[in-house]
Write a protein that binds this ligand. Structure first.
Ligand SMILES: [Zn+2]
Length: 236
């Protein structure tokens, strides 16, 4: 009886061991593969991008369309003389040059993605169409350029510059918009102005009212709506 039970016990046990052997091997193999994927993932997504990386990606993305569609050279200059310059663009002798401060990433609240939005905004002055600024034949309005940055340019650049962990595109654009507006708000040092927030919205105005800079809240609303793929807010 005991023998049978013992035998039965051992045989059950060894058959269990046999049964578990393959799944165990499979688990070890799966874990090994998973580790490799995780390891590879952590290598490819843990890169911290510099302003130079952003500029190079923007140049390589838009260089050819610029040449083909506008017959212009695209140049991005990281300005050493004004290292905290928030961005500007000019068009001279067939060259469209974007300028941004070389040390812009050192500003409080500024992020690489927010700096990408700055460059995209400058690009938008030439590419976004719509109403032009009063004294310019080529520069689209500020609001139009922000909307272009969020809807067209940022998705193209961010998709080539993965972050860690990988964030959904719309959330990433909203976060970039929040960081940029917060950085400008801090830089402006205007504590009497309400802090722009995604939990508020700018009051609506007649479309086309503002060709210059909209309020910071309106600019944030524009980035948020652009990120969501909906029409630009009626605050500029
Ligand atoms: Zn502008």
């Amino acid at each position: 009886m005991t023998k049978v039970l013992t035998g039965s016990y051992y045989s059950t046990s060894s058959s269990k061991k046999m049964l578990h052997l393959r799944p165990m091997k499979f688990l070890i193999l799966a874990f090994f593969i998973f580790s490799m994927i995780t390891f590879k993932t952590s290598i490819s997504f843990s890169k911290t991008y510099s302003l130079q990386d952003v500029a190079a990606t923007l140049e390589s993305t838009y260089k050819q369309p610029f040449k083909n569609n506008h017959n212009l050279e695209l140049k991005i200059n990281l300005n050493q003389e004004e290292p905290l310059y928030f961005g500007g663009a000019n068009l001279n002798n067939g060259v469209f040059e974007i300028n941004v401060g070389a040390d812009i990433l050192t500003l409080p609240a500024m992020t690489t993605d927010a700096a990408t939005l700055i460059l995209c905004h400058e690009l938008g002055h030439l590419l976004s169409g719509g109403a032009k600024k009063p004294n310019s034949t080529w520069a689209s309005t500020e609001g139009q350029s922000d909307y272009f940055a969020a809807t067209d340019c940022a998705p193209k650049i961010f998709s080539q510059m993965a972050d860690s962990p990988t964030t959904p595109m719309s959330a990433r654009i909203i976060a970039a918009g929040q960081a940029l507006i917060e950085a400008i708000y801090i830089f402006m040092d205007v504590p009497q102005m309400p802090r722009p927030s995604i939990s508020r919205r700018e009051a609506l105005t007649e479309p086309g009212t503002s060709v210059n800079y909209p309020t910071l809240q309106c600019r944030l609303d524009t980035f948020v709506d652009g990120a969501k793929g909906i029409a630009a807010p009626l605050c500029w």
